[in-house]
Design a binder for this molecule. Structure first.
Ligand SMILES: [Zn+2]
Length: 68
């Protein structure tokens, strides 16, 4: 139960049509700096943030599920 199925998804940069690689990226959130692994295009260095990482949205999603 650790959500491994996410790793099976192949991410592709829509701009370069290049496969994304999992890279450690520094992220600033509130007062802190975090290092998280995000999908990054090795060609244009664009970082893709998954919807589950869109901070705050996660809680909304969980709530929605409970309401049903
Ligand atoms: Zn790219």
């Amino acid at each position: 139960m650790n959500g491994q199925s996410d790793k099976d998804i192949t991410w592709v940069c829509h701009k370069c049509n290049q496969n994304l690689a999992l890279k450690k990226v520094k992220v600033r959130y509130l007062e802190g700096n975090f290092e998280v692994e995000l999908m990054k295009c090795t060609k244009c260095n664009m970082v893709y943030i998954g919807e589950d990482l869109a901070l705050g949205k996660m809680l909304e999603v969980e709530k929605g599920l409970e309401d049903k």
